[in-house]
Design a protein around this ligand. Structure first.
Ligand SMILES: O=C(O)CCC(=O)C(=O)O
Ligand SMILES: [Fe+2]
Length: 266
């Protein structure tokens, strides 16, 4: 049994952004109501994977478990647009990555019973540096990518929590098989449906096995500094925004999907 990750809900934007620099993550309880969770789960159920868009459609008979992973959910139904700029989350993304930040991906992910443990990993390590440099209080490197996990279940050990190693974002490297950092072991995010955890890409983390008889529902929204590329497959001009959905997007949602002001390199 893995110990739970300390989940402290900070009230102010300044404390939440500071938590991302210091702890590597911020916990935001109750971002969605139970009704909003239920509606979002229903929408996720209606999505069908498109292999050309790199969606995954793992089924028990082929990969051993349900692994439905839909890329760019904002382009599949207008309901998903609101999760680009969910109040309480978007302010943190903009404070961390800048007012011109954008969404580099949004995945609707359903993982069924039999899903195995992932290995500890970083999602991306922008800078490889000696830890003593990153731990020096004079050094504060920018946060390039964050992911907001919208948990849509009351997480139990059996359903497969996400595990973090607190402080590991300051290691300056990926775990490469290590399971502790500075004596810290991994800790489980035991949160409730409707809660969000936003974390930076350098945190050592992993999804864990689903040993329950239920499917876990997770919406991931990936944010980044404007200079980091968006990941909207299929590539080479084959990704197309759905015009009817785009019409319903607010100016801020359009910017998050890439409608930027002209700037360097444009
Ligand atoms: O499933 C999870 O809780 C985390 C997944 C993850 O970290 C990943 O796929 O990169
Ligand atoms: Fe990950």
């Amino acid at each position: 049994m893995v110990d739970p990750l300390p989940l402290v809900a900070y009230d102010t934007l300044a404390e939440q952004t500071e938590a991302l620099y210091r702890d590597g993550y911020a916990y935001l309880p109750g971002v969605l109501t139970s009704d909003q969770v239920a509606i979002l789960r229903d929408h996720m159920d209606t999505l069908t994977p498109i292999s050309e868009s790199f969606d995954k459609n793992g089924r028990p008979e082929d990969v051993g478990f349900i692994n439905k992973h839909i890329n760019n959910a904002f382009n599949r139904h207008a309901h998903f647009l609101q999760f680009l700029d969910r109040p309480g989350v978007i302010e943190i993304a903009e404070a961390i990555h800048g007012d011109d930040c954008h969404c580099i991906g949004m995945t609707a992910w359903m993982t069924g019973p039999g899903r195995p443990d992932q290995n500890l990993h970083t999602d991306w390590l922008p800078l490889s540096l000696p830890a003593d440099i990153l731990e020096d209080s004079r050094v504060r490197i920018p946060i390039f990518i964050t992911t907001a996990h919208f948990y849509l279940d009351d997480i139990t050990e059996a359903l497969g929590p996400t595990n973090f190693i607190p402080g590991s974002h300051l290691s300056g490297r990926s775990p490469d098989g290590d399971t502790t950092w500075r004596g810290q072991t991994e800790k489980s995010i035991m949160c409730n449906a409707g809660d969000v955890v936003i974390f930076r890409s350098e945190v050592w983390h992993r999804g864990t096995a689903n040993t329950s008889d239920k499917t876990r529902y997770l919406l991931q929204v990936h944010y980044a500094k404007r200079m980091i590329t968006q990941k909207y497959p299929p590539y080479l001009n084959r990704f197309q925004f759905d015009p009817e959905i785009l019409e319903q997007a607010t100016p801020r949602q359009r910017r998050l999907m890439g409608d930027h002001k002209s700037s360097n390199y444009d």
